[in-house]
Ligand binder design. Structure first.
Ligand code: HEM
Length: 248
């Protein structure tokens, strides 16, 4: 009984967390980005995070645990197989649409495809997921495979499924981090602020110079000490360039 309660608490927390992740991705694209659209622009790219978080993370997560829910153990095995396969198919469709969105967006803007570790891990996960789905249908759902083959493939299906899910989570985290890095070059201290701090009476106050060099590298005050160094200029150029090449 104690174990069952803990299981329920963990299950509800995991579902809530997944749901919150989907809501956060929607709030993010509608409130802080350009919303959703299908025009080759940034709004089309935004389908990518929304659909992978919804389908590939949340729905796939539910599909993985349906056999472990005690109250489904009374249901027919065939019904559970349909639910498991159905949820995984929905996740797959959403993942494919999300891929189309990001590839179309890149092509429309002449941004190269597959240039990051995120994209390679992500695409690998999608390819293995399709294989897993196809084999799952062929072996466990259609009535042709002999029982010994099903029994032999079941542990492989379980472990490869979990491995793909881990790869999907890793890829999603890398994608979010990458997006953050693309956006961060614009997250700078406003020039007016820095001018006020650096020139209270014509010079930089003690201790401010070093910090400014760390945080603000592209404002109008580059003539000030600290911004003039070669290293600061190079770093500044790199940040600006990264900002311009951002896929978002
Ligand atoms: C690009 C897969 C989640 C952000 C890509 C590409 C693939 C991919 C295959 C390459 C597209 C191209 O080269 O044209 C996946 C998979 C994910 C996932 C399988 C989930 C498991 C996310 C998330 C974000 C994200 C949650 C957050 C915003 C990006 C960005 C790009 C991209 C910024 C363009 C830069 C690049 O190619 O690395 N993704 N992605 N991805 N994805 Fe994801």
């Amino acid at each position: 009984m104690e174990g069952y309660r803990r299981f329920l608490a963990l299950l509800v927390s995991a579902l809530l967390l997944g749901f919150v992740a989907v809501v956060c991705s929607l709030v993010w694209v509608f409130r802080y980005r350009e919303g959703l659209g299908w025009d080759g622009g940034a709004a089309e790219f935004n389908w990518h995070p929304v659909l992978v978080v919804t389908g590939f993370v949340f729905i796939q997560g539910i599909a993985i645990i349906v056999y472990r829910l005690p109250w489904t153990w009374k249901c027919s095995k065939l019904l559970m197989k349909f639910i498991h396969a159905g949820l995984n198919t929905i996740a797959m469709i959403l993942a494919i649409v999300s891929m189309v969105a990001v590839f179309e967006y890149h092509n429309a803007r002449n941004i190269p495809n597959m240039y990051s570790l995120h994209s390679w891990i992500g695409l690998t996960a999608v390819i293995f997921y399709s294989l897993q789905l196809f084999l799952g249908f062929a072996v466990f759902l259609l009535p042709f495979a002999p029982v010994p083959l099903r029994a032999a493939l079941m542990p492989i299906h379980v472990y490869s499924g979990l491995l793909i899910f881990v790869a999907v989570i890793a890829s999603a985290l890398m994608g979010i981090t990458e997006k953050l890095l693309f956006s961060l070059p614009h997250w700078k201290r406003p020039p007016e602020e820095s001018a006020k701090v650096q020139r209270p009476n014509g010079g930089a106050p003690e201790g401010v110079e070093a910090e400014s060099t760390m945080t603000d590298c592209s404002n109008a005050d580059r003539s000030d000490a600290g911004f003039n160094s070669d290293a600061a200029r190079k770093r500044n150029f790199k940040l600006d360039e990264a900002g311009q090449r951002s896929t978002m």
